[in-house]
Design a binder for this molecule. Structure first.
Ligand code: IVH
Length: 705
């Protein structure tokens, strides 16, 4: 910072000049930071300039400029956006890729609800907008908060930015006292092109597609930049609500429209899969001339009563699905096949391609999955691509759908070079030279180096700090790679001793290239903050094979506490009680259970986990919305015929209320719900003195008779 004159010593003229200088510096810094993604001053310097500006303004209030940096809405804050915990999680949608998937969706719903094919079931069908979702909270009709989806549970507070979007009303007349409107922020094609022209004219980077432009524009720390970007908003859903909007999805959309939101004019009511698919074709036809990007059609059960009975799986509603448009394709040359080693040791072949544009994005890599895929076989040994294998030098057709990693769809054998050789998968790990073996039943070859393999270790660390895991501000994949390469961290536990080892002394983080006093302290503080960690995140962060984010959360809610989880994993063995309890969790199968048990039985892994746990305070998992549930924590068994709902629905609803549903009666059973035809289970329950009720009694108990 170049300012030296003390504020007390400034003359009036000097102050005026200094305010002009600061306004200029801060405006430039904003531009460099936001539009170029290339900040030219540090966050600390930025803060200091802003503070100095505010202090001068406080001393000479009448000299405050019209374009004063302190008046700028949502002007950058050093730590980015504040976090917002969504009152109702923002979920994603499961996908349908062809007509058969749509019919299956309808069949699944009917089966779940126990509806026969003669009962009609209506759906809405509407375009799936390719933008980014936003949740707008209105209290007494006034917009009080706007938040991005984030990880679904916690998003970013972008209220100031959302207020600059014309399609987002500041006030609503006649809205429920609490209303969270959800929808998609997007940019139209003409606005996108004009923005890129402006960017080019100003010598700034252009955006790859309207979605990136919309995301980049909404997530500006300075709302004035967002204001200058023409963003739009379609409302299509809602979160927290004090009163229902309507009885049907269509009614709710109409209500949102009447309240002043843009809703998509291509939304239709459809009477079953045939009509849904024909509306899909209509939307597909209109796609090119809509003027904004869409990537499919979303179908939703129209009756909101049925929606609530159907409820949610861990990350997606049962009552909706996204029918995606076919992916975009392009031909290019496969120049090389490289092997990447993942955190579980999987050797993944990656195609290096001559760069080609697919659907507006330059693609230079594609996943090749595993050796069978390269050879032209799927995981059941059946032919794919008519059995054509993939060789270095081949012309390949690549495709990408949405955000997924590009894949190889086809090979042009007529262009295959004469000397092209079938690809041979290495049998040693290219990173640590340990043997790479393929176990029976496993599609991939895996490095057996375990913790000694640097690639596995670094991938595990990257996973550990990723967004859905420990999500430590300032510690991303790049930093982890550098720290690992320099032997500062070898395993997750080492992250929590960084301050002790590199906060003071000979080698210090703040002296590393790219680091400074402030960023080093910020990192140490961010690490300290994460010493308190939720159980779901903790389990996910361990990077155990087959245990994704959703499964980790299921395990967390089931076991509640780290100690209970870890004891169970250490003792679970095929057939014993801990094992049975583990696989009784809906969503945990024998494969995942086996993977958990194996991990918790490997001494080196276990020791590494124990070293990590010693630095942490792992929070108890809370079961959502079960505080006043009469069945929370109870073990319930259903038997006999249920007449008002299917077994699947009964189980899902009991679990949503915090109950554990078991398939067999034992001394641990708290309640038996017995319908007509109940046999041995009812008898056993009677012998054990377990409370038994019928279906109506159950509905009475859970309050939905
Ligand atoms: S409904 C509970 N409707 O697609 C699910 N989503 O892949 C509520 N999206 O995160 C979402 N257009 O960002 C819904 N008409 C539409 C949509 C739509 C785009 C996005 C949304 C969501 C993602 C899921």
């Amino acid at each position: 910072m170049t300012d030296t004159i003390k504020i007390d010593a400034l003359t009036r003229d000097g102050a005026k000049e200094e305010l002009a200088r600061l306004a200029d510096i801060l405006a430039r810094a904003n531009l460099a930071y936001h539009t170029d993604d290339a900040p030219d001053i540090s966050d600390a310097e930025y803060d200091a300039f802003k503070r100095r500006n505010a202090e001068i303004e406080a001393r000479f209030p009448d000299l405050k400029r019209d374009d004063s940096p302190s008046e700028q809405v949502g002007a950058p804050v050093a730590d980015g956006f504040s976090k917002v915990t969504h009152a109702v999680a923002m979920l994603s949608l499961s996908n349908a890729f062809d007509d058969a998937d749509v019919s299956e969706f309808d069949a699944r719903i009917r089966k779940y609800l126990g509806l026969t094919s003669d009962v009609s079931l209506t759906y809405t069908a509407e375009p799936k907008i390719d933008g980014l979702s936003l949740s707008l909270r209105y209290e007494d009709g006034v917009l009080v908060q706007a938040a991005t989806r984030g990880d679904g549970a916690v998003g970013e507070n972008v209220t100031a930015n959302a207020r600059t979007i014309e399609d987002i009303p500041d006030q609503l007349k006649g809205a429920p006292a609490v209303l969270e409107v959800r929808g998609e922020v997007y940019m139209s094609h003409p606005d996108f092109e004009a923005l890129n022209d402006r960017q080019a004219a100003a010598g700034q980077k252009s955006f790859a597609n309207p979605r990136n432009a919309a995301a980049g524009s909404l997530r500006q720390l300075d709302a004035n930049i967002t204001r200058a970007r023409p963003l739009r908003f379609f409302a299509y859903a809602w979160g927290a609500l004090s009163d229902p909007l309507a009885d049907t999805q269509m009614g709710a959309i109409e209500r949102l429209h009447a309240l002043g939101f843009q809703t998509n004019p291509l939304t239709r009511l459809c009477d079953g899969p045939d009509e849904m698919i024909s509306h899909y074709r209509v939307i597909e036809q209109e796609r090119a001339t809509l003027g904004y990007d869409i990537d499919g059609v979303v179908y939703k059960v129209n009756d909101l009563g049925l929606q609530s009975r159907l409820g949610f799986r861990s990350t997606t509603p049962r009552w909706a699905i996204a029918h995606k448009f076919p992916a975009e394709l392009a031909w290019t040359r496969l120049d090389a096949i490289d092997i990447q080693v993942g955190r579980t040791g999987a050797l993944s072949p990656v195609a290096r391609l001559t760069p080609v544009t697919v659907g507006g994005v330059v693609v230079s890599n594609a996943t090749l999955h595993n050796e069978d895929y390269i050879a032209g076989r799927d995981n059941k040994g059946e032919q794919i691509r008519d059995g054509k294998d993939i060789r270095v030098g081949d012309w390949v057709q690549v495709y990408r759908a949405g955000d997924v990693i590009p894949k190889v769809a086809d090979v042009d054998l007529s262009k295959r070079p004469k000397d092209a050789q079938p690809y041979v998968m290495p049998t040693r790990c290219p990173e640590c030279n340990s043997e790479a073996v393929r176990e029976p039943g496993d599609a991939v070859r895996r490095c057996t180096g375990g913790l000694i393999c640097p690639a596995q270790a670094v991938e595990k660390l990257k996973h550990f700090v990723s967004r859905a895991a420990f999500d430590i501000d300032g510690l991303g994949a790049k930093q982890v790679e550098q720290f690992h390469a320099d032997k500062w961290i070898a395993e997750p536990a080492d992250i929590f001793t960084l301050r002790d080892r590199y906060g003071t002394g000979l080698q210090q983080l703040k002296n590393r290239e790219g680091w400074g006093e402030k960023s080093a302290t910020n990192l140490f503080d961010a690490i300290d903050e994460r010493r308190n960690i939720g159980l779901g995140r903790m389990i996910f962060a361990l990077g155990i094979r087959h245990v994704g984010e959703a499964a980790a959360n299921l395990l967390a809610t089931h076991y509640g506490m780290w100690e209970a989880f870890s004891v169970a994993m250490r003792t679970a063995e095929d057939g014993n009680d801990a094992w049975e309890d583990l696989i009784s969790i809906d969503g945990v199968g024998a494969v995942m259970a086996g993977s958990l048990a194996t991990t918790f039985n490997q001494q080196a892994e276990l020791a590494s986990i124990d070293r990590l746990v010693a630095h942490l305070n792992i929070e108890e998992a809370v079961r959502p919305d079960t505080a006043d549930s009469p069945v929370a924590g109870k073990t319930v068994v259903f038997t006999g015929t249920l007449e008002k709902m299917t077994r699947a629905e009964a189980k899902a609803r009991a679990e949503a209320l915090g109950a554990k549903v078991s398939g067999s009666v034992s001394a641990k059973t708290d309640l038996l719900v017995a319908g007509p035809g109940a046999g041995s289970k009812a008898k056993k329950a009677a012998d054990l003195g377990i409370e038994t009720i019928d279906e109506d009694g159950w509905l009475d108990l859970i309050g939905t008779a």
